[in-house]
Write a protein that binds this ligand. Structure first.
Ligand code: ADP
Ligand code: MG
Ligand code: MG
Length: 912
């Protein structure tokens, strides 16, 4: 017969059956308890029911494995032996806590049950042992309350409902004229126990279980059951924790921090989790139990004060903390209890920290020779670097606002950072107000490409609709703007120039604050502090030597640069964006869109003339006006980028995007252009497409109107040649969008090459350049070998490639995509994180076929995915040369790329 699976692991008395590496089986909390016991730290004895029990429980209609009951009793006997107390004994009872603990900590999954094992008999034993009836009845009434709330399910689920036990407690306090719980006597508490039990009987029609073993199994069942409660499921979804991991259950002997003034309970961090400073950090309460510290009933004191109250326990705690940090090689978050001056540790885990703290701790630990540079790079979450770049709210000021009920709503945190300003509802207003010196927040139902200037003028962008990859979010990230999108609670009325959130009305000009890191929308002004890194790198208002934050940032980036294998470029359309990307150390521009430049005032007219022209001659005339303007743009960007590559994409969007839509606008434009309104209107109608995404756009425009491509190529090469003449060494890469066949690229390429030769001949100089294509159609991936014969580089346009591969319109998917993700049809929003199996496979095919024909083919990615850490890892795996992302995401991409390189090395595969 096969050996029976081991379902229970014991710890206590200096020995443990488990250890740190058994997280998957014992859960994070369990593994920590076993490991601490193993290395000689005082931990109350207990045992862990493994996650396998949980898996079994769900696979077999909520039944436990055979023999589990006997094993639990056996393990409990072990604890009894160590402590010399018996579970359910009326003379000297053993009490336990029942604690949940998944592989990753999941706050809010299930509350811990303390003091389990108490009943009307055992409470007498507790009184006898402690000589403290008040304490014993306090434990008892807490236990009945917790058990009733958590195991029997009486805890209210709605915000406005009250906990039935709290109501009874409140009434008792009133009748006894007691201000605090501590003013109640032993008899009062004894009455409460009876009243709580009566409440349970009344509400549920069954008795509170007096039998300690019944209590224990009830609590164990509740922990396993809580794995599938709504909060837990939601938390797993957000944090990408697999449903089949399951939770472990820890049963552990109670120690008491509430036995008198020589007792305490608290939490400690081995470093400051907000700043990362190496100091002993934490809080404690004298004469208190477990949850009291978090519950906020009494205000805890700073850990340093423990030194004066219980010096010995304090020294021991410090020693244990130091030891645990060295042992785990990471900052620890520790829970402890002191019973009669004796210290017990109840939990240790890697502490959560801000981005600032993460960077500082990682670097400090390298300096202290605790970890290697590689480990330091792996310790910081790439996304956390954003915090170092964004202005931040003054924490105290935001707290005050929260207390005053000024947090109005929460949307999706699309662009991290803090901003405050006056409300405007239109892009033009944002622009105008800004020129007057006002600080504004642009509030829109949604944004469109012609809002770009207004968006640039605003401190923050707030939209009522749209997801993390909506237009507003995309542009905001590229600009480095604070942005909250999809804030459905906002009811915006453009005509009244106001918006409502529930009952609150906000008018144009009112102050509002937006927290792009959390999604919070706050009424009124909140003080902000600027990011030091940007002050040094971009604004030049701070000397790098004077900023520790900046120095740490730069150091980490240097290490990342030395480690990563994949290049990092940036998406930038304008010289100022190019400047920023350089400041962050981007290695070129991976996507410069030419059409954003068309929206500027003098240009849009020329663009429209071009579109409305009767024939090629007319178009050429309008294009001739555009040429010098485009040339100026290109020259600006090429100049700033020096000899780094700049990938410039020829015109991509369908032409109707440049024409007005409403009747009114058409009439107005007709007047300006001195053309009959009817003619303009019919042109607008003619350009209407049922599905513009798959319509007349990309290289299809250049095929129909070769003169457009020709003008753009000329502008690019004239700009480059002028720079060359000035002794510079620009490096344009001309990129043709939406190619699906070799012939398309061939035709467009001939135009570009022809322009290049003509211009270079005229200027009498030579410039380096490449001609290549965006790969954004499945067909292009499948015939990449053919296309590579015409292309010197590929750039995966993964926004369109995702749309066309999945047959999913990004702009229409918002309605059902969230449900697709929650039902696990997609593991992620495929527009945020590359679809590994589908789009990823197409990319692999494209890369392999392309390189087979042209070994030196340069291959990158320029979709929004280029700044997403998981997508960066995939690009590294596939073997791309570079990723390109918005300027402010360059640091994130660099760190993600370094981690991908390290993980591949360490594990032989990429863990994403
Ligand atoms: P959470 O996951 O919410 O932190 P825990 O299982 O860590 O839940 O329990 C919360 C608190 O309850 C602990 O920090 C500790 O103060 C108290 N507690 C849990 N088990 C015991 C125990 N055996 N003895 C004393 N206090 C305990
Ligand atoms: Mg805990
Ligand atoms: Mg595209």
């Amino acid at each position: 017969m096969a050996k029976q699976k081991k379902y229970i692991y014991s710890f206590g008395g200096g020995k443990a059956q488990g250890k740190a590496s058994m997280r998957a089986l014992l859960g994070g909390k369990g593994a920590g308890l076993h490991e601490m016991t193993r290395v000689g730290i005082p931990v109350p004895p207990g045992f862990t029911l493994t996650t396998d029990v949980c898996t079994y429980f769900y696979a077999r209609q909520l039944h436990y494995p055979k023999g589990l009951e006997g094993e639990v009793i056996e393990a409990l006997h072990q604890v009894e032996k160590i402590l010399g107390r018996r579970f359910g004994d009326r003379a000297n009872p053993l009490l336990v806590s029942v604690r949940s603990g998944a592989r990753e900590s999941m706050p809010g999954m299930m509350d811990t049950i303390l003091n389990l094992g108490l009943n009307n008999q055992t409470v007498q034993g507790l009184i006898a042992r402690t000589q403290n009836p008040r304490f014993a009845y306090d434990c008892y009434r807490r236990f009945v309350q917790m058990y009733g709330d958590v195991v029997l399910g009486l805890k209210p689920t709605e915000k406005h409902e009250r906990d039935p036990f709290e109501v009874i407690l409140e009434r008792k306090k009133e009748s006894r004229r007691a201000r605090f719980d501590t003013d109640l006597t032993a008899d009062d508490l004894k009455d409460l126990v009876a009243a709580f039990k009566a409440e349970i009987k009344a509400k549920l029609g069954k008795d509170f279980p007096e039998d300690p073993y019944k209590q224990l199994w009830g609590a164990i069942g509740a922990v396993f059951g809580s794995w599938n409660n709504e909060r837990a499921i939601e938390y797993r979804r957000i944090n990408r924790i697999p449903d089949d991991w399951g939770t472990a259950v820890n049963v552990q002997a109670m120690v008491f921090g509430n036995l008198g003034n020589d007792c305490a309970t608290g939490v400690a961090f081995t470093r400051d989790p907000a700043t990362g400073e190496k100091c002993f950090y934490g809080e404690f309460l004298v004469n208190a139990q477990g949850e009291d510290v978090v519950a906020g009933i009494r205000t805890p004191g700073p850990i340093a004060e423990l030194k004066g109250v219980m010096p010995e326990a304090y020294r021991e705690l410090k020693r244990a903390c130091k030891m645990l940090e060295r042992h785990y090689k990471d900052m620890q978050d520790i829970e402890f209890t002191i019973e009669k001056r004796k210290l017990w540790l109840l939990q240790t885990r890697n502490g959560k920290r801000t981005g600032f703290a993460a960077v500082r701790i990682a670097l400090d630990m390298v300096e202290e020779r605790l970890i290697s540079k590689e480990q330091a790079l792996l310790q910081v979450e790439p996304e956390q670097l954003n915090q170092l770049l964004r202005p931040i709210f003054d924490h105290a000021d935001k707290e005050r606002a929260a207390k005053a009920g000024r947090i109005l709503a929460r949307g999706l945190p699309a662009g991290p950072g803090a901003a405050t300003g006056r409300i405007v509802f239109h892009a033009e207003d944002a622009d105008e107000w800004k020129k007057r010196g006002e600080q504004v927040v642009l509030c829109r139902i949604e944004t469109s490409p012609d809002d770009i200037r207004g968006m640039a003028a605003a401190e923050a962008i707030l939209t009522a609709r749209g997801g993390m990859t909506s237009h507003a979010a995309l542009v905001a990230r590229q600009m480095g703007k604070v942005c909250v999108v999809g804030c459905e609670a906002l009811q915006i009325d453009y005509s009244l120039r106001e918006m409502r959130v529930n009952e609150i009305r906000l008018k144009e000009g009112d102050w509002i604050s937006v927290d792009g890191s959390t999604g919070d929308v706050i009424q009124g002004e909140i003080r902000t502090l600027p990011s030091e890194v940007l002050q040094v790198l971009i604004d030049g208002t701070l000397d790098g030597k004077g900023s520790r934050v900046y120095q740490r940032f730069v150091k980490l980036m240097r290490w990342a640069d030395a480690t990563r294998k994949i290049g990092v470029r940036t998406n930038a359309d304008q010289p100022d964006q190019a400047q920023i990307s350089l400041a962050f150390g981007a290695e070129g521009i991976g996507l410069c869109r030419t059409e954003h430049m068309f929206f500027e005032e003098e240009r849009i007219l020329a663009v429209r003339e071009m579109i409305l022209a009767e024939d090629q001659a007319g178009r050429r005339q309008a294009l001739a006006k555009l040429l010098p303007m485009q040339k100026k743009d290109f020259k600006g960007i090429l100049d700033i980028m020096g000899n780094l590559p700049v990938t410039i994409r020829t015109l991509d969007p369908p032409l109707h995007e440049f024409l007005p839509k409403t009747e009114e606008e058409i009439v107005e434009l007709a007047e300006t252009m001195k053309v009959p309104a009817a003619k303009l209107k019919s042109k607008v109608e003619l350009l209407h497409e049922f599905n513009p995404m798959l319509g007349h756009r990309g290289c299809r425009l250049g095929i129909s109107y070769p003169e457009i491509t020709e003008m753009q190529a000329k502008a690019i090469f004239e700009a480059a040649c002028e720079l060359r003449r000035e002794g510079k060494n620009p490096f344009p890469e001309v990129m043709i969008p939406l190619v699906g066949t070799r012939q398309e690229l061939h035709l467009q390429r001939e135009i570009v090459e022809h322009a290049a030769h003509e211009v270079m001949k005229a200027y009498g100089v030579r410039v380096r350049y490449l001609v290549g294509t965006m790969i954004e159609l499945p067909r292009a991936c499948l015939v990449a070998d053919e296309i590579a014969r015409e292309a010197e580089f590929f750039s995966f346009g993964t926004n369109d490639l995702t749309q066309t591969c999945l047959g999913l319109s990004r702009d229409d998917a918002g309605k059902f995509l969230p449900s697709y993700v929650s039902q696990k049809i997609f593991p992620d929003d495929p527009f945020v994180s590359l679809d590994r199996d589908g789009v990823g496979s197409l990319m692999r095919i494209g890369l392999e076929k392309g390189r087979r024909v042209r070994k030196e083919l340069e291959i990158g990615i320029c979709g929004e995915h280029g700044g997403d850490p998981r997508s960066v890892a995939l690009c590294h795996e596939i073997g791309l040369d570079y990723v390109s992302c918005s300027p402010y995401r360059v640091p994130v991409a660099k760190l993600a790329a370094a981690q991908a390189a390290l993980r591949k090395k360490t594990y032989g595969f990429s863990r994403t």
